[in-house]
Design a protein around this ligand. Structure first.
Ligand code: ADP
Length: 471
C-alpha cells in the first residue's frame, strides 16, 4: 500500500472510530474479566476458609467425644485419603511444640507461626492465614484452633486447585483478547460505516452538485440527528446557491432582453441626429435626450441590482424601530401634489402611531412604489386610499385605488421583472417597481397580494409580520 493511501486510511474517521470502539470494547471486556476474576478468587478463598473452619470444628468435637488418640488416628486417615500433598494436620501444644502430624514430607519445612498460635489461644477462635511458599511449591491456607485443653490443631490445605482454576481463568481471558478485538473491530467498522453513511452521501451529492446537478439533495431523516442536521444545513445551502444562480440567470436574461431596447434607442437617436442634423440646437436636444435615456438606464440597472440583492438576502438590512404611520404619512405628503395635479383624492387611514422593526429606507421604497402606481394608474378625479392596520401581530397596509385595474390575463405577471401591462405603456415606468416592492416585503418576512377589477380599481395588500422579519 502506498504511503499516501496509508496516511489517508490513518486520517479516515471510520478507521479511527473503529479503533476507538475496538479499544474501548476490549478494555471494558478486560475490566469486566478482572472484576470477575477477583470475585471468583475471593469466593474460592471463602470456600477454602469455610472448609477449614468446619474441619477444625469436627476435630474439636471428636477430641471432646473420643480423646486425642482418636483425633490423631482420624487426621492421619484423612491426610491419606485426601492426598497428603494437598493437606496436612499438626497437633501443637500451647507452648508451640509440634506433638504429632500427618505425613508432611512433601510440604518441606513449615514453621509453626507463633503469632497466629498466640492469637488462636488468647482469642479462643480459629485463626486463618496463607502460607506463602518461596520454594516453588503452591501456597497453602492454614488454620490454627484450640480443639482441647492445651492442644491446638493446625490444618494446612494446598491452594493448588484454586490457583490452577484461576490460572485457567487468566489464560482464557488472555486467549479471548485477540478474537474480542477482531469482533469489536468488525462491529466498530460496521457501526462507523452506518453512522457516517450520511456523510458519504453528503460528499457524493456535493460531488454531483459541483458537476452541475443543482437539483440534487441529500435525503434527511434516515441517519442520526447530527447527520440529519448536516444534511439539512447542506440542503439549505444548496437551495440558497440555486436561488442565487437562478437570480443571476434571470438578471443576465433581463440584461439581454430588456436593456437592449433602451440602448438601441439611444444608439438610434445618436445615429439619426448624426445623419440628418446639422444645427447646434438639434445636437443639444440629442445630448439632452441621451442623458435622460442614460439616467433611466442607470436607474433601471440600479433597481435591478437592488432587487437581485434583496431577493438573494445579501443587501445590507438595517433593522430599526420605525413608526409606520409617519412613514406612510410622509409618502402621502410627497405624492400629494402629483395627486392634486390629476385631481385625485388621496386619503390615508392611519393609527396615530404604529411601531415596526424593519429597514426604513427599504420600506420607504416599498410604500412609494405602491403609492406611485396607485396614483399613476388611476385616471383623473379618482380616489386613492392608504390604510394601515395591525391584525394579529401583522401589519397590513392596503393601497386601494379606483384606477384602470389589472386584466386577469396579466395579474399573475405584474410582479415579474420588467413586466408592464398593455394598458400602462402610455405611462412612464420600467416594470421593476412591483418586483422590488415584493422583494422588500419578503425580506421582512412578509408578502404582497393584489385584487383587481378592470376599470374599477385595484387593492394591493402588504402584510408584514412583526416577529419574523428577517434580513
Ligand atoms: P411600472 O409601473 O413601472 O410599469 P411596476 O412593476 O410597478 O412597473 O408594475 C408592473 C405593472 O403592473 C404595471 O405596468 C401595470 O400594468 C400593473 N400595475 C401596477 N400597479 C397597478 C395599479 N395600481 N393599477 C393597475 N395596474 C397596476
Amino acid at each position: 500500500m502506498s504511503s499516501n493511501k496509508m496516511s489517508r486510511l490513518k486520517d479516515s474517521l471510520s478507521v479511527r472510530l473503529t479503533f476507538w470502539y475496538a479499544g474501548i470494547f476490549v478494555l471494558s471486556t478486560l475490566l469486566i474479566l478482572f472484576i470477575f476474576y477477583h470475585r471468583v478468587a475471593s469466593v474460592a478463598m471463602e470456600r477454602t476458609n469455610q472448609e477449614l473452619v468446619e474441619e477444625l470444628s469436627e476435630f474439636a468435637d471428636m477430641f471432646a467425644d473420643a480423646g486425642m488418640d482418636r483425633v490423631i488416628q482420624e487426621m492421619r486417615r484423612e491426610a491419606v485419603s485426601e492426598d497428603q500433598n494437598k493437606i496436612f494436620f499438626r497437633l501443637i501444644s500451647t507452648s508451640g511444640k509440634v506433638l504429632t502430624s500427618s505425613d508432611m514430607s512433601s510440604w518441606g519445612h513449615i514453621k509453626v507461626s507463633p503469632d497466629h498460635l498466640r492469637m488462636a489461644i488468647n482469642e479462643n477462635r480459629p485463626v486463618l492465614h496463607t502460607l506463602e511458599r518461596t520454594d516453588g511449591r503452591h501456597d497453602a491456607r492454614s488454620i490454627y484452633g484450640l480443639i482441647g485443653p492445651k492442644t491446638l490443631l493446625e490444618i494446612g490445605l494446598s491452594l493448588e486447585d484454586n490457583e490452577e482454576y484461576l490460572l485457567h481463568f487468566k489464560k482464557l481471558g488472555l486467549f479471548l483478547v485477540p478474537p474480542v478485538f477482531i469482533l469489536a473491530a468488525f462491529i466498530g467498522w460496521f457501526l462507523a460505516k452506518q453512522a457516517l453513511s450520511g456523510v458519504d452521501e453528503v460528499t457524493h451529492i456535493a460531488g454531483e452538485i459541483s458537476k452541475g446537478a443543482y437539483n440534487k439533495r441529500v435525503q434527511v431523516q434516515r441517519h442520526s440527528h447530527e447527520i440529519d442536521q448536516l444534511a439539512h444545513t447542506f440542503n439549505q445551502m444548496v437551495d440558497r446557491l440555486q436561488a442565487l444562480i437562478q437570480g443571476m440567470r434571470e438578471m443576465t436574461d433581463n440584461i439581454a432582453h430588456d436593456l437592449r431596447s433602451p440602448l438601441t434607442r439611444i444608439r438610434g437617436t445618436a445615429e439619426m441626429t448624426l445623419m440628418s442634423t446639422t444645427s447646434q440646437s438639434e445636437f443639444e436636444d440629442m445630448a439632452v435626450s441621451i442623458i435622460e435615456e442614460c439616467d433611466n438606464l442607470i436607474n433601471m440597472i440600479n433597481t435591478m441590482l437592488d432587487i437581485a440583492e434583496t431577493e438573494a438576502g445579501i443587501k445590507e438590512f438595517i433593522r430599526e424601530s420605525i413608526d409606520m404611520s409617519t412613514l406612510i404619512l410622509d409618502a402621502c405628503e410627497l405624492y400629494r401634489s402629483v395627486a392634486r395635479d390629476k385631481d385625485i383624492a388621496l386619503h390615508s387611514e392611519l393609527p396615530e402611531q404604529m411601531s415596526y422593526q424593519g429597514d426604513k429606507a427599504q420600506l420607504q421604497r416599498l410604500i412609494t412604489n405602491l403609492l406611485e402606481n396607485a396614483i399613476k394608474y388611476t385616471p383623473e378625479q379618482g380616489t386613492v386610499r392608504v390604510i394601515l392596520e395591525d391584525l394579529d401581530h401583522t401589519l397590513v397596509i392596503r393601497f386601494e385605488d379606483s384606477g384602470i385595474g389589472v386584466p386577469p390575463s396579466e395579474i399573475t405577471r405584474i410582479f415579474d421583472r420588467f413586466f408592464r401591462g398593455d394598458a400602462s405603456r402610455s405611462e412612464a415606468g420600467t416594470g421593476l417597481g412591483l418586483s422590488l416592492a415584493r422583494a422588500i416585503a419578503e425580506a421582512h418576512g412578509g408578502s404582497i397580494g393584489v385584487e383587481s377589477t378592470l376599470q374599477e380599481g385595484s387593492v394591493f395588500t402588504v402584510t408584514l409580520p412583526r416577529k419574523t422579519a428577517t434580513s
